[in-house]
Design a protein around this ligand. Structure first.
Ligand code: PRP
Ligand code: URA
Length: 217
């Protein structure tokens, strides 16, 4: 069962599923190699997408079974858009696309300045009809919340009005900053961690998600 929003974190839902908790523990483990780390991010993202798409719009469609014609349902997947925040968000895309292959994919390029911890943006591309779309903004880490808040601001500038943020590990500081800046954006996380350290890393966290996904350091 997902953990519902609370008074301190009104925008946050934590996906408290045994499989997710198991896989997040493997992600945290410093000895987990890059290949397995990538597979785990992919699998957790897919499980999260299942929860995040509970209220997707459906159309009634006719379907011919071997015996007769009946009415079924089709997801309006074409209007769903995934937007990974580069780099680490890329690791969440394929798992979600396996569930919704017709979703479109935009990209937002941001990195955190190591000194100020503020986001620096370098790329933005989403489908043109943003106002008609449902966006799932993807990034494994919500730390200070600066990157997520800046990405949402860019999406809204492009016309987006329906945005959800999916992350694997959230820090209380990041959830609260995003909620202050964009109270309309709900957050689905695989876990809510304790705090940030003095370098803006999440504790206990999993380290640098981009480096662990792509084997850089
Ligand atoms: C990481 C992470 C988020 C951001 C979170 O990216 O993937 O985008 O930090 O931190 P914040 O909430 O304090 O903004 P990073 O800046 O390391 O870039 P990378 O993915 O290119 O390595
Ligand atoms: N970005 C990461 O990749 N990890 C953190 O702990 C914080 C920001």
């Amino acid at each position: 069962m997902p953990l519902e929003p609370t008074a301190s974190f009104p925008t946050l839902t934590v996906l408290d599923h045994p499989l997710v908790r198991h896989k997040v523990t493997l992600l945290r483990d410093r000895t987990t190699p890059t290949k397995q780390f990538k597979e785990l991010v992919d699998e957790i993202a897919m499980l999260m997408a299942y929860e995040a798409t509970r209220d997707l719009a459906l159309d009634r469609v006719p379907v011919d079974t071997p015996l007769e014609t009946t009415t079924g349902w089709a997801v309006r997947g074409k209007k769903l858009t995934l937007v990974p925040i580069l780099r680490a968000g890329l690791g969440m895309v394929e798992g979600i696309l396996r569930l919704m292959p017709s979703a479109r994919v935009g990209h937002i390029g941001l990195y955190r300045d190591h000194t100020t911890l503020e986001p620096v943006d370098y790329y933005f591309k989403v489908p043109g009809d943003a106002s008609e779309r449902d966006f799932l903004l993807l990034d494994p880490m919500l730390a200070t919340g600066g990157s997520a808040a800046a990405a949402v601001t860019s999406l809204k500038r492009a016309g987006a009005t329906r945005i959800r943020f999916l992350c694997l590990v959230a820090a209380p500081e990041g959830v609260q900053r995003l909620a202050r800046t964009h109270p309309d954006v709900s957050v689905l996380a695989a876990c809510l961690d304790r705090e940030l350290n003095e370098h803006g890393y999440i504790l206990p966290g999993l380290g640098d998600a981009g480096d662990r996904l792509f084997g850089t350091r």
